[in-house]
Design a protein around this ligand. Structure first.
Ligand code: PLP
Length: 388
């Protein structure tokens, strides 16, 4: 007896003919969308954020799943992402949150994408393009309420007169973005909300009535900041099953979601090393006793953070196996001394669940000194995507 807890027979994962792949659960994406719907209720529009290839879950498949589930709006970052969705047959409204570069404007109109404008000069420009097409074109306007990144900071009178001067454009939505939504130790989110509300009220007083007001991404939804929901919310992380922990005295979380993505890799080689042997670049790991090492067919070029060198773990046949030495570009070595039955071609879990164990993007991020968003977005395009 080793005193070790075991969980019955080791679960065997299905081996697929790929070096490394992610499995994305469409039902879980749908369930996460439903969970957000239940939290915000029927009167708040949900605009799932599918930028960056849906945080690498695959924008087309995720968008199809969400559209089937009732999503009428989707948000992307740039025109190219919106065009890819239109080409794949997505019919929902698509809001482009961070573009309107001169060379993408025509395409945005052609593909029926709705731009978020960030400067007042863009309004007459969009009006001119819409006029040429003799078509009404809706847009959303971003207010910089304190993030200090994209968005207008003009006086309301200037915003109102510019909007009212547009003949072919319609200010459909007014939005802002929070800089510190997870931080309940300061008042920045309340301050930004107040700035935004003042702008919205003053625009109304000047005769400008955007139909949709939206401020909230995942965190203000998940922690029930209802005064920031208004007519629409923009969840990204929660769609994929994540809510970052809040700092300070946050209220009870009211949203339960689960990760939709698991990431696997195939064992490329297994071998025994004698005591004293070193592993990988820089010899930053040295065996103190004889050990069995498996080499995985995935490395930092696939998105395994280099910072997991000598730190992270993967799951092998229902047990954690530590990463040994430096993560290399295409290969990662792990210690399978305690799982000696591992063979070439076996499947290991880099992120996700296997048996009773799981590793999620937040845990990986913590070890790698980064954020879960970056771990997900870091999964490289060469990693095959499988939908289940
Ligand atoms: C990315 C993004 C979101 C989604 O944020 P999550 O934290 O992933 O929910 C919402 N709004 C804007 C403007 C964004 O850029």
């Amino acid at each position: 007896m080793t005193g070790e807890i075991t969980f019955g027979p080791a679960p065997r994962l299905q081996a697929l003919p790929y070096r490394s792949w992610v499995e994305v659960s469409r039902p879980q994406i749908a369930a996460n969308f439903d969970a957000i719907r239940n939290v915000v209720g029927p009167d708040v529009e949900i605009m799932p954020v599918v930028k960056a290839d849906a945080y690498r879950h695959g924008a087309v498949e995720v968008s199809r799943t969400l559209e089937e589930r009732g999503a009428r709006w989707l948000a992307v970052s740039n025109a190219e992402e919106g065009i890819a969705l239109r080409d794949a047959g997505i019919r929902a409204r698509i809001v482009v949150m961070a573009d309107f570069l001169p060379f993408t404007r025509e395409a945005m109109l052609s593909y029926n994408l709705t731009p978020v404008l960030h400067s007042l000069e863009d309004i007459p420009e969009l009006d001119r393009l819409a006029c040429v097409r003799e078509r009404k074109v809706p847009f959303h306007l971003k207010i910089d309420s304190g993030m200090g990144r994209l968005g207008v900071r003009n006086q309301v009178a200037a915003i109102a007169s510019t909007v009212l001067a547009g003949r072919y454009v319609e200010l459909e939505g007014l939005m802002t973005h929070f800089a510190s939504a997870a931080n309940y130790q300061n008042k920045q989110t309340e301050e930004q909300t107040a700035v935004f509300n003042n702008v919205a009220a003053a625009l109304n007083a000047a005769g400008v009535y955007p139909r949709l007001l939206h401020l909230s991404s995942t965190i203000p939804i998940a922690y029930g900041r209802r005064q920031a929901w208004r007519g629409m919310v923009r969840p990204g992380h929660a769609i994929y099953g994540y809510v970052s922990p809040a700092r300070g005295h946050a209220p009870q979380r009211i949203l339960e979601v689960k990760p939709a993505l698991s990431w696997r890799a195939t064992v490329l080689s297994v071998k025994d090393l004698p005591a004293g042997a070193s592993v990988g670049y820089g010899a930053i790991f040295r065996a103190t006793e004889p050990m069995r090492v498996a080499v995985l067919a995935a490395g930092y070029a696939d998105g395994i953070p280099h910072r997991l060198s000598n730190r992270g773990s993967v799951i092998v046949n229902g047990k954690f196996a530590p990463i040994l030495g430096a993560v290399s570009m295409d290969l990662t070595s792990i210690d399978v001394t305690r799982s000696p039955e591992v063979n070439v071609g076996d499947t290991v879990t880099l992120l996700g669940s296997e048996g009773a164990l799981s590793i999620d993007a937040q845990e990986i991020a913590k070890l790698a000194g980064t954020i879960s968003y970056s771990v997900l977005c870091g999964i490289h395009a060469r990693v095959k995507r499988i939908y289940i």
